[in-house]
Design a binder for this molecule. Structure first.
Ligand SMILES: *[C@@H]1O[C@H](CO)[C@@H](O)[C@H](O)[C@H]1NC(C)=O
Length: 656
């Protein structure tokens, strides 16, 4: 039909805004909503839920225990528990879902040309919801998607979810509206507050056990500021799995959901946040001010509902539920090592499934290529547009060879697709006389010209915006790219597969905070990298050695250049750490010091990547060094460097 296009033959995406544009918004908000819940589970009001939590054996037990430990009365502790519950709990009401549907229709129509949803995924979800408790696990890249899943489910008669939100709106109006739309709030820093943990986990487990509504949470913990996936947080994952591990429910269904954007509302805000400087001229609120944001066009949003996964099937042979049966179900107990490993594995798996479900935009491919051109060229001479488009089409083929999905409109010519992509992102890239240039923001009116540092920050913001769009597709390339880098590093040695594998693993270790790898699956990752590079005929593997083919050179050098900014950024930080007098340091000193070193190197033309300025990258380096024991924590925030351990990395990454 007119509004349907197929991005890959097997799945059909429907633009849910198409109907909204041709019929009344109010009519949609007031539609009869007739979902089929899990085994016909009766609806459960917020008050019922809270009561069930407070009266649970488990919470009673913990309450008594805490009262004893603290020497206070059971009533007092119970009152605290009530307070926590009140602060936390959602208050889902259909009336508010309707209000939300009405508002969101208006907002989405204003911002996006289309919101695509895969019908097959929705149909599977509809089925799954009736069969077992369902956990919805979307990614989160923009504030605008917070209620989008609820909106879609409402439109298709699927029970709307209860949503775990990390943000805290206190008791403000916004908070209240979100509560009534199904959000419940979790404190940011819970630490070791035993009562809080107990209330939260009983709350979550009760929702899962009753199954009257799907439970939605972000396995990545929060909104990714870098547009790439984050390492999963495990707390919620444990809680939703426990009813299954304990045999309280027959199965739990996990549904990975991926939301992909052509253009992200917060793009420039994100870049300045990473640079750690306030955005010039505009304040944060100013940028998010409706008037400004609503005037812009953000292209399309694609929501991909992944195949529902049965925890029962996934965990077969991995977990022994009998162990749990030895202890009465209501008593608190630590998850077994087995259960912990299983939750960790599942959480990583879900992030990987989210990655697989993402739809890569043409702009993200362009960003990959633009970042490989020298910044000065982007700013001064410009790139030939036709070369950029040719290369983008080349990259499209590679992405498809690697098995990823694109958000590439099918009914228009490729050159139209690329031109409209460019138009959508004209705040970053502009075209003049057949060439494209990085947009250079106008100098704000001022008495004296901007200092080189100020100029650099503005360029850096643009480059980081590009980098974040590149980040949207990094997961497609990362495994073959690590292999390409390993081949490059060992090129003089004619390395065999074994040696390559150990370099590959080393790089995985170093970049373990940058990209998502399922723990313990390095061999599979390596295997995958080999298969993909063989598939695009880039390499040839014989028993003795790995050889690069003629066509392979282009692929390998693209992949290796993709990782180069990371390698360069890490080198800067190693260089800082091996400087004089840096034996003992704190994170608070490390970040600004590294930033100032990186700025200096960029200004002097020695360093070519602006990504070393990203606070995210800087923190990732520190985490990686700690994990690899090159840096150890002394006490509090103080850390110590073990130069001998750092030396190994420098040797390999920096080529001696
Ligand atoms: C892109 O992702 C990398 C990898 O994790 C991260 O270090 C970097 O900060 C991100 N860049 C931007 C601009 O988001």
């Amino acid at each position: 039909g007119r509004f349907v296009y197929s991005m890959k033959c097997e799945d059909e995406f429907v633009d849910i805004l198409a109907d909204r544009r041709s019929s009344s918004d109010l009519g949609h908000a007031l539609r009869t909503f007739n979902p089929h819940p899990y085994q016909g589970a009766p609806p459960c009001s917020a008050a019922d839920l809270n009561k069930a939590v407070l009266e649970s054996q488990y919470l009673r037990y913990v309450t008594r225990e805490i009262a004893m430990e603290m020497g206070s009365s059971v009533e007092e502790v119970r009152e605290d528990a009530c307070g926590i519950l009140e602060e936390m709990s959602q208050n889902l009401q259909l009336g508010f879902i309707r209000l939300m549907a009405y508002t969101l229709t208006k907002v989405l129509k204003r911002l996006f040309t289309s919101v695509y949803v895969n019908m097959e995924g929705l149909n599977m979800l509809q089925q799954a919801v009736q069969e077992s408790p369902v956990i919805l696990m979307p990614n989160h890249r923009s504030y605008v998607d917070f209620l989008v899943i609820s909106y879609i489910l409402f439109t298709y008669d699927i029970p709307v979810p209860v949503i775990a939100a990390g943000i805290h709106f206190d008791f403000s109006i916004v908070g209240e509206i979100l509560r009534r739309s199904g959000a419940f709030f979790i404190r940011r820093a819970i630490g070791s507050d035993k009562l809080y943990w107990a209330v939260l986990s009983e709350y979550v487990k009760t929702i899962v056990r009753r199954g009257y509504a799907p439970l939605e949470f972000y396995v990545e913990g929060f909104r990714s500021r870098t547009l790439k996936s984050l390492n999963p947080k495990l707390g919620m994952m444990h809680m939703v799995l426990e009813p299954y591990f304990k045999g309280e429910v027959f199965d739990v269904t996990l549904v990975p959901i991926t939301i992909s954007y052509d253009r992200v509302l917060e793009e420039s805000l994100l870049a300045y946040e990473l640079l750690g400087v306030p955005k010039p001229k505009e304040s944060t609120m100013g940028l998010l001010k409706a008037s400004k944001v609503l005037q812009e066009d953000y292209g399309s949003m694609v929501v991909n509902f992944g195949r529902p996964l049965s925890v029962r099937e996934l965990c077969q042979g991995k977990i022994n539920r009998c162990q749990y049966n030895l202890i009465p179900r209501d008593l608190p107990q630590k998850p077994t090592t087995e259960a912990q490993a299983c939750a960790n594995w599942l959480a990583h798996l879900m992030v990987r499934m989210q990655e697989e479900g993402s739809r890569i935009s043409p702009w993200s491919l362009m960003a990959c290529l633009l970042l490989q051109a020298p910044t000065t060229v982007l700013m001064k001479e410009g790139l030939l547009w036709h070369q950029l488009t040719e290369k983008t089409l080349w990259l499209r083929k590679l992405v498809l060879d690697f098995g990823a999905h694109l958000n590439w409109p099918g009914q228009v010519s490729d050159s139209d697709v690329l031109s409209s992509t460019l138009a959508l992102h004209r705040s970053i890239l502009h075209r003049k006389a057949g060439r494209v240039y990085l947009v250079q923001e106008d100098e704000p009116a001022r008495k004296h010209p901007a200092s080189p540092e100020e100029g650099m920050i503005r360029t850096a913001a643009m480059m980081l915006m590009l980098a974040s769009y590149r980040n949207q597709s990094l997961h497609v390339f990362v495994r073959p790219a690590l292999l390409a880098s390993a081949i490059h590093i060992t090129k003089s040695t004619q390395a065999g597969e074994d040696e390559l594998f150990s370099f590959f693993r080393f790089l995985q270790e170093v970049f373990s905070y940058e990209f998502i790898f399922i723990p313990g699956e390095s061999s599979q990752d390596f295997e995958e990298a080999c298969v993909l590079l063989k598939k695009c005929e880039a390499i040839h593997i014989s028993q003795q050695e790995v050889t690069v083919s003629e066509v392979g050179l282009e692929v390998l050098s693209f992949l290796q250049a993709l990782l180069q900014p990371f390698i360069d950024s890490y080198q800067v930080m190693f260089r800082y750490l091996s400087g004089e007098g840096v034996q003992v340091f704190t994170e608070k000193h490390f970040l600004p010091a590294v930033r100032s070193l990186a700025s200096k190197l960029i200004l002097s033309g020695e360093l070519h990547t602006y990504e070393a300025l990203s606070s995210d990258t800087q923190k990732n380096v520190l985490s990686a060094l700690r994990r690899l024991a090159a840096v150890t924590k002394l006490s509090g925030w103080v850390m110590r460097l073990t130069p001998a351990n750092l030396f190994g990395f420098k040797l390999i990454l920096c080529g001696g």
